[in-house]
Design a protein around this ligand. Structure first.
Ligand code: GLN
Length: 478
C-alpha cells in the first residue's frame, strides 16, 4: 500500500496503524533474510503504532498517520543503535533524535528499523558495510547501489512505502535508479542535517525514497523547512509539495550533452530517449545544453568529499564516541581504535583527504577542486537561464553484479559520474524510474535550480501519469 493511502485510511479509522505495521513486518520477515536491507528493527515500533491511534483520537493532525518508514543507519535515533555500518559505532546509541526523525514521529510515522549502508555512507553499492552487503530485490546477485542501498531495497521490495537516505554525491539517487524507486535530494539546506552523522558537510543532504510521486512529495514535505539546530539550514519557507502534472506541460528541459554522448549502456541511452519522447508528447519542450566543466566533477567531488571526511572522522578516537580498543596509553588507544574500527574504504578516504589538505599539496588538489566546484555551479546557473530543468541519466549503467567493483575503487567512483555535480552545486534533483535494461531498472535524473523542488515533482508526476506508473513497480520477489 502507498503511504498516502495508509495515512488516509488510518486517519479515517479504516485501517489500524498496528495492522499497517504488521504487514510491513511480515514482508520484512519474508524477504529480508535474503535482501538484508535492515540492520535492526525498532523494538518500540508496535508501541509507537498504538500511540498513533490515541493521538488521532486526541485530535492531532498526522500527515503520515501510521505510515511505516525505514531510516538509514547514519541518522540518529534516540535509544536505537545508529552504527553507520561501521565497527567503530557498532554499539553506539544516540541520546537524541535527528530533526528528520522528530518530524517523522510528530507527523505520525512509525519507524520500523534502520537500514544498511556503505560504512559512513562512503560507497556506491552498500558492499562496504561492516555488516555485509544488501542485495538488489530485482536481482539478488546484484548491488542495490549505494550508499543508501538498504533504504532503496526496502522500498523496492515493498517492505515500506517510503524511506530516508542521505545523499552526499548521489547516495539517494543512484540506489533509487538501481532499484526502480523514486529518489529525491533537495536543495542544500532544505532538510535539516541535525542528527545526520557527518561525512562531507558541505555536500551532505538527507533525501527520500518512494514508489509514487505523491508518496515522495508527502514525506519530503514533512521533512523540509528551517531548523535552527542546523547552521546550514535555509530560512526560506518550504511550501508543501503538491505534484501537479498540468504545471509541467510547457516546461523546457535541457538534455545535458556531456552525460548522454558516450559511456552509457544501451538500456540507459534508450530509456533517456524514451523519457524524452513521452514528455514531448505531453507538451514538454527539449533542448540540448552543454556543461563543459562536468568532466571535472568527479575528480573535484572526490577531493572535496575526502578532505571533509578526513576532518569529520577525526572524532572517532575511542575517547568521545563508539568502540574503544584495549591499549596501554592514549596514543595507542586512538591508533588501535581507528585501525580496528574503520574499514578499508573509509581508511582510503581519510588518507586521500589528509593528503590533499596537507601543506604543499593543498593548492594543487583541494584548492583547485574548490575552483572547479565554483565553475560547475556557475555553468548550472547559466543553463537555468535558458531551461527549467536539466535531464541526465542517473547512472551510466543499471545495477552491477555484487563483487564486480569492490576491488577497483576507481570503477566504483565512476558510477557516481552523473550525480556528484548536483551536490557540488547544492541543487535539488530527482531520480525517476524510466525504463528497464534486461529486466533491471534504469533511472533518469532531473535537476532543478535552487529551491525549485516543486518543478521536479510536477515533471515526475507528468511522467508517471503519461506512463501509467509502468516503471514504478515493486520488485518481483518470488
Ligand atoms: N558514492 C559516493 C561516494 O562514495 C556518494 C556517497 C554518498 O552520496 N553518500 O562518496
Amino acid at each position: 500500500m502507498y503511504a498516502t493511502e495508509i495515512a488516509e485510511k488510518v486517519r479515517r479509522g479504516e485501517l489500524d496503524p498496528l495492522a499497517a505495521l504488521e504487514s510491513a513486518l511480515e514482508r520484512m520477515a519474508r524477504h529480508d533474510g535474503l535482501i538484508h536491507a535492515f540492520l535492526q528493527q525498532n523494538p518500540a515500533a508496535r508501541d509507537e503504532a498504538a500511540r498513533v491511534r490515541e493521538r488521532l483520537d486526541g485530535g492531532e493532525e498526522l500527515p503520515l498517520a501510521g505510515v511505516p518508514v525505514a531510516v538509514k543507519d547514519n541518522i540518529s535515533t534516540r535509544g536505537l543503535r545508529t552504527t553507520c555500518a561501521s565497527a567503530v559505532l557498532r554499539e553506539f546509541v544516540p541520546p537524541y533524535d535527528a530533526t528528520v526523525v522528530e518530524r517523522l514521529r510528530a507527523a505520525g510515522a512509525v519507524i520500523v528499523g534502520k537500514t544498511n549502508l556503505d560504512e559512513f555512507a562512503m560507497g556506491s553499492s552498500t558492499e562496504y558495510s561492516h555488516f555485509g552487503p544488501t542485495r538488489n530485490p530485482w536481482d539478488p546477485e546484484r548491488a542495490p547501489g549505494g550508499s543508501s542501498g538498504g533504504s532503496a531495497a526496502a522500498v523496492a521490495a515493498g517492505m515500506v512505502p517510503v524511506a530516508l537516505g542521505s545523499d552526499t554525491g548521489g547516495s539517494v539517487r543512484q540506489p533509487a535508479a538501481f532499484t526502480g524507486t523514486l529518489g529525491f535530494k533537495p536543495t542544500y539546506g532544505r532538510i535539516s542535517r541535525f542528527g545526520l552523522v557527518a561525512f562531507a558537510s558541505s555536500l551532505d543532504q538527507i533525501g527520500t525514497f518512494a514508489r509514487s510521486t505523491a508518496d515522495l512529495a508527502l514525506i519530503s514535505s514533512v521533512l523540509m523547512g528551517h531548523d535552527p539546530r542546523d547552521a546550514t539550514s535555509l530560512e526560506e519557507p518550504a511550501p508543501r509539495l503538491e505534484p501537479n502534472p498540468e504545471a509541467a506541460r510547457g516546461l523546457v528541459l535541457g538534455v545535458v550533452r556531456e552525460t548522454v554522448q558516450e559511456g552509457n549502456s544501451p538500456g540507459v541511452t534508450a530509456a533517456l530517449a524514451a523519457f524524452r519522447e513521452r514528455l514531448e508528447a505531453e507538451g514538454v519542450r527539449f533542448v540540448e545544453v552543454s556543461l563543459p566543466s562536468l568532466r571535472y566533477a568527479l575528480a573535484a567531488y572526490y577531493l572535496v568529499a575526502t578532505a571533509e571526511a578526513s576532518s569529520n572522522l577525526a572524532r572517532y578516537d575511542g575517547v568521545h564516541y563508539g568502540s574503544r580498543a584495549a591499549a596501554a596509553n592514549v596514543r595507542e588507544l586512538m591508533k588501535k581504535t581507528r585501525e580496528q574500527g574503520f574499514g578499508p574504504e573509509v581508511k582510503r578516504r581519510i588518507l586521500m583527504g589528509t593528503f590533499s589538505l596537507s601543506s604543499g599539496y593543498y593548492d594543487a588538489y583541494y584548492g583547485r577542486a574548490l575552483k572547479v566546484r565554483r565553475l560547475i555551479a556557475a555553468e548550472f546557473a547559466r543553463a537555468f537561464e535558458e531551461v527549467d530543468l536539466l535531464l541526465t541519466p542517473t547512472s551510466p549503467t543499471p545495477a552491477f553484479p555484487l563483487g564486480s567493483k569492490t576491488d577497483d575503487p576507481m570503477e566504483m567512483y565512476l558510477s557516481d559520474v552523473d550525480t556528484v555535480a548536483v551536490n557540488l552545486a547544492g541543487l535539488p534533483a530527482l531520480s525517476i524510474p524510466a525504463g528497464f535494461e534486461e529486466g533491471l531498472p534504469v533511472g533518469a535524473q532531473l535537476i532543478a535550480p535552487p529551491l525549485a523542488e516543486q518543478r521536479l515533482f510536477d515533471a515526475a508526476a507528468l511522467f508517471e501519469a503519461a506512463t501509467e506508473g509502468a516503471f514504478l513497480q515493486t520488485a518481483p520477489l518470488e
